[in-house]
Design a protein around this ligand. Structure first.
Ligand SMILES: [Zn+2]
Length: 261
C-alpha cells in the first residue's frame, strides 16, 4: 500500500546517507594527513645555486596551529636567535627562509637510521659510502640529542642516501626533507653525484664535503654565508667548523615551529 512505501524506502536511504557521510569523513581525514606530510622543502647541496623552501597549501593546518610555541615562547626563541647570532648561522637561515625551526624530534631515543645505498650509478666506488660514514661520525660527535646510525637496508630507514651520475646544473648533492605539522623532520633523502661538473669522479675529500653538507640539511640546517662552514653552498670543508657545531646545537635547543609573532 502506498502509505507504507515511504517508511520502507526511508531505511535504505538513511543507511546510504550515513555511509556517504562516514566515507566523506574518512576521505577528508586521509587528505588532511597527506597534505600535512607532503614534501615541502628541497635543499640543494654543495656547488648548488638555490635552496628552495616552498610551503604547500596544506602547511597551515590545525596540527600546525596547535603545535606552535606560545607567543612568549616564540619571543624567547627570537631573543635566543639574536643573542647567539654571532656564533651561529641559524638566525640568518631562519630569517631568510619561512621563519620555521625544523629538526628531528626526540624519537624516544631511537636513532635516525641512515640507509647508505650504492644503487647502480656509473662510477660509484665503495669509498663514497665510507665518506658518508665519516660524515655521520662527525655529526654524531656534535652532541645533539639525536643520533645517526647507518645501515645498508633502506626498508624502514629514516634517511636514504643514494648516488646518481649527475644532477642538474652545478649541483653535486641534494637533500630533501619531509616534516610533520609540528615542524619535526620525519624522513629525508640525499642524492650525491658520482661525476663532478668537469666529468671527473669526486675525490674522497670532495665526497666527505658533500656528505657533511647534505647531512647538515638532513638534520635541519640551512646555508651558511661563511665559506669555512660545511653548510656554505660551495663549501670545501672536510670537517665541521665550530660554527657548524654551534648552529646545530642551537637548532636542537629550540622548539620546532614558527618563530614569527
Ligand atoms: Zn645546501
Amino acid at each position: 500500500m502506498p502509505e507504507y512505501r515511504a517508511p520502507r524506502l526511508l531505511v535504505p536511504v538513511l543507511a546510504a546517507v550515513i555511509v556517504l557521510v562516514l566515507l566523506a569523513d574518512v576521505l577528508w581525514r586521509h587528505r588532511t594527513h597527506a597534505v600535512t606530510d607532503r614534501p615541502q622543502a628541497s635543499a640543494s647541496g654543495s656547488r648548488d645555486t638555490a635552496e628552495q623552501v616552498a610551503p604547500g597549501p596544506g602547511k597551515v593546518s590545525g596540527a600546525i596551529a596547535r603545535s606552535q610555541p606560545a607567543t612568549t615562547d616564540r619571543a624567547a626563541v627570537r631573543e635566543r636567535l639574536r643573542f647567539d647570532a654571532a656564533g651561529s648561522y641559524l638566525a640568518q637561515t631562519v630569517e631568510a627562509g619561512d621563519s620555521v625551526i625544523r629538526h628531528w624530534g626526540a624519537r624516544g631515543g631511537r636513532p635516525i637510521r641512515v640507509a647508505v645505498v650504492p644503487w647502480a650509478a656509473t662510477g660509484y666506488r665503495d669509498e663514497f659510502a665510507g665518506a658518508v660514514q665519516w660524515a655521520v661520525v662527525r655529526w654524531n660527535g656534535v652532541g645533539l640529542p639525536v643520533h645517526l646510525e647507518t645501515t645498508r637496508d633502506p626498508s624502514g630507514a629514516d634517511v636514504v642516501v643514494t648516488w646518481v651520475d649527475t644532477l642538474s646544473g652545478e649541483t653535486a648533492g641534494q637533500a630533501r626533507i619531509v616534516w610533520n605539522g609540528s615542524g619535526e623532520i620525519v624522513r629525508a633523502t640525499v642524492q650525491l653525484v658520482t661525476h663532478m661538473r668537469d666529468g671527473k669522479a669526486p675525490t674522497s675529500g670532495q665526497m666527505v664535503t658533500m656528505a657533511l653538507h647534505e647531512l647538515g640539511h638532513v638534520l635541519g640546517l640551512g646555508h651558511s654565508s661563511d665559506p669555512a662552514d660545511a653548510l656554505h653552498p660551495t663549501s670545501t670543508a672536510i670537517e665541521l667548523s665550530a660554527r657548524d657545531r654551534r648552529t646545530a646545537r642551537l637548532l636542537y635547543d629550540l622548539p620546532t615551529g614558527s618563530v614569527k609573532q
